[in-house]
Ligand binder design. Structure first.
Ligand SMILES: [Zn+2]
Length: 630
């Protein structure tokens, strides 16, 4: 299949689409408008129907119709692509074949039907929430939960039910004869239940508020139904299908991936999650997911670990004993994975995030996010077990805390937590130190020997030089340029890959670029789109990388079409080999810089070895310079 991206850009009228969101004014061959991506008072954005691009002369925002919709609606590239494809009248099958190319054909038709069915159900749920008969439910969200219409619409909250008709949604869905849905599908997708004895059909989410769950591409793959009538369970989840599995999906994760924030907040319920967005959370800084009564699995952890931009975890569970236990168990999982883990301090005594919104307002929620106020996970752990388990043997508690410190400790830990432990347990400082030494020695001899020497002498956090980061930036740029050439001339990929001396990078994104080049080389005569699809299927690339490559493909197709680049690689041969050399040189220089820094600042390493290593690196770097002069 040819590039869907290409087709969409080609056949969509960019002026019509952008004109839907901002007011355009024609001037010559182009259109102008106020740029929606920066505070603009004088129209600085131009839209070219001929080139099919937009460009802001003030903030530099530029792209095609897909990236415009993506940025404007704050959705993923894939979601924007799908939206525009549907607007052009593409069939679900065709769109699905593009996103799930490796799923068998019979499944592709099924997936398409399921997507449509869920999309239809969602539209019905949304309409029902806003219908006169369900006014009570909408008012509940607006008044008792203090969610605005804007937020309700953004999260596509709906309601399943119409008076006492227990199969209202079922009847509406099945009446769409042209879509070819049947009760079998509806049952599989948890949209209806059928009573074993009476065979009576009822809506699965009857009298529940509905929240669509979406996959990473933004397609609905299931629902959460929350009761408003004290029914159990409080949350009802769609059953697993070929689209959805509980352990492989996290509510709202697709949204987190669009903005790539460094901090991920984890809350219990999805109304808590939505309350954070209602409060006006900075989405570039924070993303939120909700557990919804699920156990946090190893698969969930994998999802989060694949989102490399996440560095900090902020746990915000309910303010009760169960919530504290959830915090302790889940926080430990993240601590093990080396995240910076924090726990929100709930000073106002509210039960959960939504109660803070309702009782204290938006600003109180935002101020709870302030890091300085919150405990790091270890402090929270120490306080909680000292407080909640005071009826236990004090020695057991201390043992537990010290074990945690020994297990996940670094040189900073002792000095950081000793006062807190002394204060809470009233145990003598020296006794504590002795016990700690014993535990650390018994259980984790190797790791903690260094720790024991240093605990009164905390070491500075590792920081690399500015020079290092500027080299890294230029390595990133060079690799991105190389990707462009590889997309333009896939036939060079195999040579390029072989010429690269450094095939392992320290950063995942860069590694993915190398992996991509290798893949292109190993699949000659395959379209780049297929290669990407293959990488997605095998879970080898992050969404971030997918979006990056998609935008590169876009740009290149556009350049090609406008004949801005030469169409054969011979003309670029020299540039390409220069670039490959530059990448190698940069890798050497990065290693050199890092060693140099370590030699000066780290006392725990073999400095002689690094020194020797750097002498070799220095020669190699010099070599590059000589070659360049030739
Ligand atoms: Zn702008």
């Amino acid at each position: 299949m040819n590039s869907l991206i290409n087709e969409i850009i080609e056949h969509t009228n960019i002026v019509d689409v952008i004109g839907k969101y901002v007011k355009l004014k024609k001037s010559g061959a182009n259109y102008f408008c106020l740029c929606p991506f920066h505070p603009d008072t004088n129209p600085s954005m131009s839209v070219s129907p001929k080139k099919k691009i937009y460009k802001c002369f003030s903030c530099g925002a530029t792209g095609n119709v897909i990236t415009f919709v993506q940025k404007f609606k704050k959705i993923s590239f894939a979601q924007a692509l799908k939206e525009l494809a549907i607007a052009l009248g593409y069939s679900q099958e065709k769109i699905n074949r593009y996103f799930y190319p490796n799923k068998q054909d019979k499944n592709s038709a099924k997936i398409a039907r399921f997507h449509t069915l869920y999309a239809n159900a969602n539209e019905i749920f949304k309409l029902l929430l806003h219908s006169e008969v369900n006014k009570k439910c909408l008012n509940y969200l607006l008044n008792e939960r203090k969610l605005s219409l804007n937020t309700i619409n953004r999260f596509e909250i709906g309601f399943c039910g119409h008076n006492d008709d227990q199969a209202f949604v079922h009847n509406l869905l099945i009446s769409k004869k042209d879509e070819n849905f049947n009760d079998d599908d509806l049952l599989k997708l948890s949209l209806i239940s059928i009573n074993d004895k009476t065979q009576k059909i009822t809506d699965y989410f009857h009298h529940r508020i509905t929240f669509p769950i979406k996959d990473k591409n933004g397609f609905i793959i299931g629902f959460i139904g929350r009761t408003i009538e004290q029914k159990t369970p409080k949350y009802l989840l769609s059953k697993e299908t070929i689209l959805f599995s509980k352990s492989n999906n996290l509510f709202n994760f697709e949204n987190v991936c669009v903005n790539q924030p460094a901090t991920l907040i984890i809350v219990e319920g999805n109304i808590d999650l939505i309350s954070l967005y209602e409060a006006g959370l900075n989405e570039k800084e924070y993303g939120v997911i909700a557990l919804m009564g699920l156990t946090f699995t190893a698969e969930h952890m994998k999802l989060i670990k694949n989102a490399k931009f996440i560095k900090n975890i902020l746990l915000w569970f309910d303010n009760d004993l169960a919530g504290k236990k959830t915090t302790i168990t889940n926080g430990m999982k993240f601590l093990k994975e080396n995240y910076n883990v924090f726990v929100v301090k709930n000073e106002k005594g509210a039960k959960d995030v939504n109660e803070i919104l309702v009782n204290f307002g938006k600003n109180e929620i935002l101020s709870c996010l302030n890091d300085q106020k919150n405990d790091d996970y270890i402090s929270f752990y120490i306080k909680t077990i000292c407080h909640e388990m005071k009826y236990l043997n004090i020695n057991a508690i201390i043992h537990d805390i010290l074990l945690l410190l020994a297990k996940y400790g670094n040189s900073l830990f002792w000095s950081k937590y000793i006062d807190l432990i002394v204060q809470l347990t009233k145990v003598d400082r020296n006794d504590l130190k002795n016990t700690y030494q014993k535990i650390a020695k018994q259980k984790y001899v190797v790791k903690n020997e260094i720790l024991l020497e240093k605990w009164d002498n905390p070491q500075k956090k590792e920081k690399l030089t500015e020079q290092y980061f500027s080299l890294l930036q230029s390595l990133k740029r060079s690799l991105k340029d190389l990707v462009k050439y590889v997309i333009l001339f896939p036939e060079i990929a195999i040579d390029v890959y072989e010429q690269l001396n450094h095939k392992e990078m320290e950063f995942n994104f860069l590694n993915q670029i190398i992996c991509f080049i290798k893949k292109v080389g190993s699949m000659p005569n395959t379209s780049i789109e297929k290669i990407i699809a293959n990488l997605i299927e095998s879970n080898n690339i992050t969404i971030n990388f997918y979006d990056f490559i998609s935008s590169q493909i876009d740009e290149i197709n556009w350049l090609k079409k406008n004949k801005i680049v030469p169409l054969n690689h011979q003309k670029n041969q020299e540039k390409i080999s220069k670039l490959v050399k530059k990448i190698d040189e940069l890798c050497y220089r990065l290693r050199y810089e890092k060693n140099k820094y370590k030699i000066l600042n780290d006392n725990d390493i073999d400095k002689n070895k690094l020194q020797k290593n750097n002498e070799i690196l220095f020669k190699q770097i010099k070599n590059f310079k000589i070659n360049e002069k030739k």
